[in-house]
Write a protein that binds this ligand. Structure first.
Ligand SMILES: [Mn+2]
Length: 300
């Protein structure tokens, strides 16, 4: 990389072009698609800017967990021009991975085939989901599409993820068609207001207890779970969201769970000239990686 802003190699020097998924701890896949975002677009630029600034990351977490012995394989992007057809490629790619995928959206619709792929990988296992978002995305159909970014978790439940194995954190915006599932659907709901009132630590403890019953846990993080003060570059910024610190606290508390994947979606760089939204996404990704490193190498 020749850009002077690049102080490190791709993914904090942890990625080499010759690493294969089989010999790596993590696989990065970009899905630069925002065709199903309902308001403002721009998330298709997420993977490129996140990768670019990954060259500015250092191979440490904030508590100085050493990351240098892990390997990251960057598999590039999966292009989506026709969701009904191309989402299938995402599903197949995820289903075949031997390590922990970190997927970069794209609008949240890309998580639909990610859920499918993860269900396939862990088909005989209990797959739990930590859903961090301003929105529950539980609509059956939105803007005439069942693949809309407002329908993602609804599809996930249809793929066999059990409501009691889903924790939603940071919620604060609703559609009428979501209310019954939210109030009577058996999901574990922690609103952004709950986080502000109770504090993240007790909520993170609840989430850990619930997800510890699962054999595999996927984390889906819509960057709009953060307050727009921390992440303005997203299609639908919704005030009253979580702080970066609260989200990092929750990520770090996942230690001990069987984490099998992360997607970070709705990062829309054209909507944030400062690129703070991109850096927020990267910080969360590095802390997620560190959780898994600490799990494997206690004491680091
Ligand atoms: Mn959202």
């Amino acid at each position: 990389m020749t850009d002077p802003a690049a102080t490190h190699g791709l993914w904090a020097d942890l990625c080499r072009p010759d690493f294969s998924p089989a010999e790596s701890d993590f696989s990065i896949i970009g899905i630069p698609f925002d065709g199903l975002a309902s308001a403002r677009k721009g998330a298709s630029h997420g993977p490129e800017r996140i990768r670019f600034w990954s060259q500015h990351m250092t191979p440490f977490s904030e508590d100085r967990t050493r990351l240098k012995n892990i390997r990251i394989c960057d598999l590039g992007d999966i292009g989506i021009s026709h969701p009904a057809r191309d989402f299938e490629r995402v599903r197949k790619n995820v289903a075949a991975l031997p390590n922990v995928p970190i997927l970069l959206g794209g609008d949240h619709s890309v998580t639909i085939p990610i859920f499918q792929g993860q269900r396939e990988r862990f088909k005989d296992k209990r797959l739990g989901v930590l859903w961090m978002d301003a929105h529950p995305d539980l609509c059956d159909e939105f803007n005439g599409s069942k693949f809309s970014h407002a329908c993602v978790l609804r599809r996930g439940l249809e793929f066999g993820i059990k409501p009691e194995d889903v924790c939603l954190v940071g919620l604060r915006s609703w559609e009428y068609q979501e209310i019954d599932l939210i109030e009577n659907g058996g999901l574990n709901v922690y609103t952004a207001a709950d986080v502000a009132e109770r504090g993240m630590k007790p909520i993170a403890a609840d989430v850990h207890k619930i997800l510890s019953r699962c054999d595999a846990v996927h984390v889906s993080l819509d960057i709009d779970c953060l307050d727009p003060a921390f992440a303005p570059g997203t299609g639908i910024p919704d005030s009253g969201g979580m702080t970066s610190r609260e989200v990092i606290t929750l990520i770090k508390s996942l230690q001990g769970l069987k984490l099998v994947g992360l997607d970070v979606v709705e990062v829309a760089p054209p909507l944030d000239e400062s690129e703070a939204t991109v850096f927020a996404a990267l910080k969360i990704i590095m802390e997620f990686i560190a959780v898994i490193v600490r799990e494997r190498q206690p004491g680091l």
